[in-house]
Structures are given as structure tokens and as C-alpha cells.
Design a protein around this ligand. Structure first.
Ligand SMILES: Cc1cc2nc3c(=O)[nH]c(=O)nc-3n(C[C@H](O)[C@H](O)[C@H](O)COP(=O)(O)OP(=O)(O)OC[C@H]3O[C@@H](n4cnc5c(N)ncnc54)[C@H](O)[C@@H]3O)c2cc1C
Length: 445
């Protein structure tokens, strides 16, 4: 694991860390379906993450013959690798939503973000999934004074237009939320939740299988082609294990396979993000760092997000890169994230970091979720760091739409921009500049 030179340079606190996803060490992901692929189904779902598994569960409950095709293993993508923060709102602020989409559509979008958390809670309850789901709330902490000043405006705006309550935490009260002295205040939303994402994936997978869906692992879909079978229109899916027919297709590949739909290729930007987890901390220390055990993130573009795990480790994420993760970027991130964590929490100076891993987030160029139909197939993408709730919700809504049971959601039909010229293509000169742009924004705003 890693070059000896790099390991030599690593501080003692991370010299023995494991390049592994901590969540997976604490979960029991079910194996997929054995045997040959079904030759023909009502719905083929491509990708076994939150979106694909939630859709498969709902489709099977509604009586559709459903098959999930997964390149690797159940939950291999972002769904097992994330921070487990089940957050209200969207990546864009409430004010920006109203500016871009008008008050009515923005209200529906904001309501969908709240309904998405209810949807996760309902699935967890109905399927008895043991994934440490808790309505613990989240707190956004202000990295700069002007960010804190803007919180009062946001809270008032959200209350007036969306009838939702968020609460300001003044700098003098902040110690009740976080044991760090570098922030300038906070904004609390008690409706948010936290969970253990790999256990949630495991539960979703088990429930989908139990309800009758088939899930085939190690089965990448290489190509889709419109066709018909016995007079019925649909798609031929060419997989590494042969060709199958489906009346409807849901592409739920997140950041890991969206180019399967060529029209989608220039609409998505994969962004790497990385997480470290410390050794389990003494109770007294963890209570000091996060007295209310909330989901926490800061107000920068290149943000840090952090929380305690159920066994009292500090899980600290960030260091976005405008590229998917690589083994070397994961190694490098361990050093940077530990340094950043100690800046936030000097109390963790001597805590050992035991795990580092990375994953790729699905961002669209307008930082919005999009879900609907493109080139004849259903899709849901662009969760932008809100995918635990939103991928579950949109997967479920798409399943309902396919089964003609309503399934309305406000992200269908909104403008879905392509990348600016220069981002993709033979000479993608804009890509490295994008990262620099956001760093400059953090510096000046
Ligand atoms: C480090 C990190 C931290 C994050 N933190 C949070 C957080 O705290 N809260 C939050 O809400 N969101 C967070 N996110 C985002 C969230 O994890 C994602 O938005 C969400 O998991 C996306 O789910 P999905 O089902 O769309 O895709 P994924 O979970 O990525 O699943 C897609 C699956 O499709 C498979 N696939 C791809 N191509 C093919 C193909 N051709 N054939 C068959 N299978 C294919 C892949 O192998 C993969 O398993 C984070 C993401 C990362 C990476």
C-alpha cells in the first residue's frame, strides 16, 4: 500500500492507517442473485447504489419484474463511501433556488428535500433496517464572519417562503454545538438525520431481494439499444454476461457510469471526495467535540464535513478534486485531511487516524439534481452531496412513475445544461481551472 517514501514522510498518527472504507468493516452487504441473468424483465435498473436499490425495492413491491445489473458489487459506488449525512435542502441555497426557478417550483424542490428524508426514514422503519438512522439534526458552521451574517437572512427567508424552521447559533453559544474555536457561529436544522450508509445499503439490498428483485453483481452494462420483443418496445442491454431485454430501463449509475447514455456525458462532472476516520475516542472527548452528535459541515465551497460514528470515531471528510479518486490522491488526502482535522479540533492532535478512503460524487453543471427520461431511459443524477436522501427519494419516485403510480418530482423537465465549452472534448483546458476558481471564491467570499 503506497510508496515507502510517502509512508516515511507520514506523521506517526497516520503511519499505520488502512486504505479501506471504515463503514464496510461494520456492515454485512448481501451477495447478489446467483445463476444466469433473467432473459427478459419489465424493468432493468443499472447500478446498485441508493437510487437503484430503492427503485428496485419499490418496483418489486408494485409488482414489476425487476433486475438490477451492477458492474461490481452491491453498494460499490458512492453509496457505501459517504458521510452518512441525511440532509435537508439542496446544494444551492434557498434564495438561489427561488431566483433560478421562481417561488412555486423552488417551494416544491425544498419540500422534496424534506420528503426525501421522510422517505429514507419510512424505508428504514418498514424494512427494519439497522443502520443507526437518527434525526440528530445538522449544523452548518460559518468559516468566515460574513457567512454567519448571511445565516440570519437565510433563516428568515426559509421560514417565510418554505415554512421550515432553521435556527441561528451565535458565536457565544457555539460551544453547545462544536468543540472548535475557529468558526463564527452556526445554523442548525433539526430535521436532518444521520445513518451508517453501508448498513443502509445492505438493508436496501436485502429488502429488494426479499421482495423479489434480482440483483446481478459483476455485470457491467456495456451498451443499450432500442428494440422490441414480441411486439413490445423496450431496450436490449448488452452486458458482460450476455444480452437481456427490458421494457423500461433506469440508469442509476451515479458518477461511475453516466456516459452509458451518451447525451448525459457532457452534463455531469465527477468530483472526488475523501474521508478519514480516527480510532474510537473516549466519551468525554467525543462529547466535547460534538456535544449534540450532529452532522456538521462548514460554509466553504471546498468544504469540510464531519461527524462522530456510532462507535465514537471522528469521521472527517473533504478535499474535493475535480477528478475521480485515484490511489495516489487517496494517500495524499490522508495527510491533508489529518492536518485540516487538527486545525478544526486541536484536541485530536494525538488521535490516531485508522482509515482513509475516497469516492466520486455526481455533480451536474448547475449543481442541481435531475431526474426524468433521456433517450428513452429513466435517470436520476446530480445529488451533489445530498444523495443519501435524494437518491433514495428519486429512485423511489422513478419506480412509481414507471409503475404508473404518480411518482411526480420537481426535478423533471428543468433546464439541464451541458458543460461549458472547453470542459470536455479533446483538450479539456477548463477542467483544472474549475478547482482553482472555487479556491479563489473561498478566499474572497
Ligand atoms: C466521499 C463521499 C462523501 C459523501 N457524503 C455524503 C453525505 O454525507 N450525504 C449525502 O447525502 N451524500 C453524500 N455523498 C453523495 C452520495 O454518496 C451519492 O450522491 C449517492 O451515493 C449516489 O447514489 P447512486 O445510487 O446514484 O450512485 P452510486 O452509489 O455511485 O451507485 C452507482 C452504481 O452504478 C454502478 N455502475 C456504474 N456504471 C455501470 C454500468 N455500466 N453497468 C452496471 N453498473 C454500473 C457502479 O458500480 C455503482 O455501484 C458523498 C459521496 C462521496 C463520494
Amino acid at each position: 500500500m503506497g510508496s515507502p517514501i510517502l509512508v516515511e514522510r507520514m506523521p506517526n498518527e497516520i503511519a499505520n492507517l488502512r486504505y479501506a472504507n471504515y463503514w464496510l468493516t461494520q456492515s454485512d452487504i448481501p451477495p447478489g442473485t446467483e445463476g444466469p441473468l433473467l432473459e427478459s424483465v419489465d424493468v432493468a435498473v443499472i447500478g446498485a447504489g441508493f437510487a437503484g436499490l430503492a427503485a428496485a425495492l419499490e418496483l418489486s413491491k408494485l409488482g414489476a419484474r425487476t433486475m438490477v445489473l451492477e458492474s461490481k458489487t452491491v453498494g460499490w459506488g458512492a453509496s457505501c463511501r459517504n458521510g452518512g449525512m441525511v440532509l435537508t435542502g439542496l446544494k444551492l441555497s434557498a434564495e438561489t433556488l427561488v431566483r433560478h426557478y421562481g417561488i412555486e417550483v423552488a417551494q416544491r424542490m425544498y419540500s422534496a428535500s424534506l420528503a426525501a428524508i421522510d422517505c429514507v426514514e419510512e424505508i428504514v422503519r418498514a424494512e427494519a433496517i439497522e443502520c443507526n438512522f437518527r434525526r440528530c439534526g445538522h449544523v452548518e458552521v460559518a468559516s468566515k464572519k460574513p457567512h454567519f451574517v448571511s445565516y440570519a437572512r437565510s433563516a428568515e427567508f426559509i421560514a417565510r417562503h418554505f415554512q421550515h424552521t432553521v435556527r441561528i447559533v451565535s458565536p457565544s453559544q457555539l460551544a453547545q454545538e462544536i468543540g472548535s474555536e475557529i468558526y463564527h457561529g452556526g445554523l442548525v436544522d433539526d430535521a436532518s438525520a444521520g445513518l451508517q450508509p453501508a448498513r443502509y445499503v445492505a438493508g436496501l439490498g436485502r429488502a429488494a431481494l426479499k421482495t423479489g428483485a434480482a440483483i446481478y453483481e459483476n455485470c457491467p452494462v456495456e451498451r443499450l439499444e432500442r428494440t422490441s420483443q414480441r411486439g413490445e418496445a423496450g431496450f436490449a442491454l448488452f452486458t458482460s454476461r450476455g444480452k437481456v431485454f427490458a421494457r423500461e430501463v433506469f440508469v442509476a449509475t451515479g458518477a461511475y457510469g453516466y456516459s452509458l447514455v451518451p447525451a448525459m456525458h457532457k452534463k455531469v462532472i465527477p468530483i472526488g471526495s475523501f474521508i478519514i476516520a480516527t480510532e474510537p475516542l473516549p466519551d468525554s472527548l467525543s462529547k466535547q467535540l460534538s456535544p449534540r452528535d450532529r452532522m456538521i459541515y462548514d460554509s466553504r465551497h471546498y468544504l469540510h464535513y464531519f461527524r462522530l460514528t456510532p462507535d465514537n470515531r471522528m469521521l472527517f471528510g473533504g478535499r474535493a478534486a475535480f477528478l475521480p479518486e485515484t490511489p495516489s490522491s487517496v494517500r495524499h488526502s490522508a495527510v491533508i485531511l489529518r492536518r485540516d482535522m487538527v486545525r478544526v479540533f486541536p484536541q485530536l492532535r494525538d488521535a490516531k487516524v485508522e482509515y482513509i478512503w475516497g469516492g466520486t460524487l455526481d455533480f451536474c453543471f448547475d449543481t442541481m439534481p435531475h431526474a426524468g427520461k433521456m433517450a428513452g431511459v429513466h435517470y436520476a443524477i446530480g445529488f451533489a452531496g445530498h444523495g443519501v436522501a435524494m437518491a433514495t427519494y428519486l429512485g423511489t419516485q422513478i419506480a412509481r412513475k414507471i409503475a404508473a403510480r404518480n411518482g411526480q418530482q420537481p426535478f423533471d423537465g428543468i433546464a439541464f445544461p451541458n458543460a461549458p465549452a472547453g470542459f470536455y472534448g479533446e483538450r479539456p483546458w477548463l477542467l483544472p481551472l474549475a478547482g482553482a476558481f472555487y479556491k479563489v471564491l473561498d478566499w474572497i467570499s
